[in-house]
Design a protein around this ligand. Structure first.
Ligand SMILES: Cc1cc2nc3c(=O)[nH]c(=O)nc-3n(C[C@H](O)[C@H](O)[C@H](O)COP(=O)(O)OP(=O)(O)OC[C@H]3O[C@@H](n4cnc5c(N)ncnc54)[C@H](O)[C@@H]3O)c2cc1C
Length: 397
């Protein structure tokens, strides 16, 4: 793991004070009871429209998010760009219901594309399917209760098409996030239609595969075969999946087998197989590997070498979320790999569900907070040693 251990490179964008604040935040996440209580308060805050902004904004929001608006996030995009770390501006809207809300999300995402078209530090645009149609409609269409040609689904298809067309015209790739599996089928169907339309020369439209689902390797093979036959580039964001608790409890509640692997090792194997399979088919595939897992990133770099690909091959991106795994992002970028940080932005109340997912993911059970703390502490110690020896001119302030 040598490449990830250079904490000087990993944190040269962080001042001492920022590092200390990040350390306190991740320390807090190591206490499951505190995390659980904070999660309950935040969920109540969303439901009851409570004023949680004053506590959320200066702490967890500032650590994990770009800002409350595109304008507020610009500075950070430029700053990260100086370290060759590009951004994916992620307007944090999900679960939109009314036509008006949906239209305003579309307008905002096109604004991020306009911004990306003039700023090379932005690598991709992105949206969530649930921001473009009510989840109930997507779920009914995915369970075949609703035909894929009904007006509600036509509206959803047109919304996605508007965004894909805008992305195509600006030459900015667009990713479709994956959410819960019970409404993913219709998203996959429309995403593949869009790829066939817009990915003739290169991947502009990217769908997401969540490798904790035990049906995704087969799905991936089908997508590879279909894109090969129809002669378009397959664009794929590969992730493990962020909705494991919801997937499992829904399956129990509704009495069907869980769509998620029973153990972490199987998810890891599937994720790594997906990376290997896509790199093997890189002649007509582009991948965006969204992970904080060091082993998977090492495997990806090994596979690139094995197939004789350049480190900065434009078809391959590594990505981590802003505020997490800087030891991966900044060290890989320093080594000339293509790296982009997911940079969510939007009003604090829009971002609460995202922030709750981040806290859940970082709690001690998964060990992620421990990993983050380990590297933060190493860098704080390194800087203290430098100060003691009088060699502190390189420490950011
Ligand atoms: C840039 C980026 C974009 C993302 N976009 C999406 C997205 O569109 N949709 C989405 O759902 N997620 C998304 N995620 C989140 C992602 O799916 C993971 O939840 C998160 O990154 C943690 O997984 P990991 O690979 O980083 O690390 P790890 O810590 O190695 O893996 C943790 C993950 O392993 C899986 N896992 C843990 N325990 C078990 C178990 N007992 N059995 C089976 N599987 C288990 C879960 O998926 C868990 O999240 C994104 C992440 C990144 C970095």
């Amino acid at each position: 793991m040598q490449i990830f251990e250079n904490t000087e490179i990993a944190f040269r964008h962080r001042s001492d004070e920022e590092l200390k604040k990040a350390g306190i935040l991740f320390k807090f996440m190591e206490f499951p009871l505190l995390v659980k209580t904070a999660g309950i308060i935040a969920k109540m805050g969303i439901r009851l429209n409570l004023p949680v902004r004053w506590i959320v904004k200066p702490t967890i929001f500032n650590h994990f998010c770009g800002g409350e608006s595109l304008e507020e996030s610009r500075q950070l995009v430029d700053f990260l760009g100086k370290f060759k770390v590009r951004s994916v501006l992620d307007y944090a809207a999900e679960n939109q219901e009314s036509e008006q809300e949906i239209q305003s999300v579309i307008n905002e995402i096109i604004r991020t594309m306009d911004f990306a078209a003039t700023n090379p530090a932005v690598a991709f645009s992105v949206f969530k399917p649930s921001a473009l149609a009510p989840v109930k409609v997507l779920a009914r269409a995915s369970s075949s209760e609703l035909s894929a040609n009904t007006p509600e689904i036509e509206k959803f298809r047109n919304n996605i098409k508007t965004l894909c067309q805008a992305a195509f015209e600006r030459g900015i790739p667009v990713m479709i996030d994956a959410e819960e599996s019970h409404y993913q089928d219709i998203v996959d169907k429309v995403a593949n239609e869009m790829m066939a339309l817009y990915n003739k020369d290169k991947a502009i439209v990217f769908n997401t595969v969540q490798m904790y689902r035990h049906d995704r390797l087969d799905f991936l093979r089908e997508c590879l075969s279909e894109s090969g036959q129809k002669k378009y580039h397959l664009g794929l964001k590969i992730v493990r999946g962020a909705y494991i608790d919801q997937e499992r409890s829904r399956a129990i509640k509704m009495g069907y087998p869980s769509p998620v692997y029973p153990d972490k090792r199987s998810t890891d194997d599937a994720f790594n197989s997906a990376i290997s399979l896509c790199i093997k088919n890189i002649d007509h595939t582009s991948i965006f590997a969204g992970t904080h897992n060091e082993e998977s990133m090492l495997l990806m770099m090994d596979k690139m070498k094995e197939y004789g690909l350049k480190k900065n091959d434009p078809r391959i991106f590594a990505s981590q979320l802003y505020g997490m795994s800087d030891h991966i992002s900044f060290n890989m970028a320093h080594e000339s790999y293509n790296v982009a940080k997911y940079l969510p932005y939007g009003p604090v109340r829009y971002l609460l569900p995202y922030l709750i997912r981040r806290v859940e993911e970082n709690k001690s059970v998964t060990g992620q907070a421990g990993r983050e703390l380990h590297f933060i502490n190493l860098e704080i110690e390194r800087r203290n040693r430098l100060r003691k020896s009088g060699l502190h001119s390189n420490i950011p302030n």
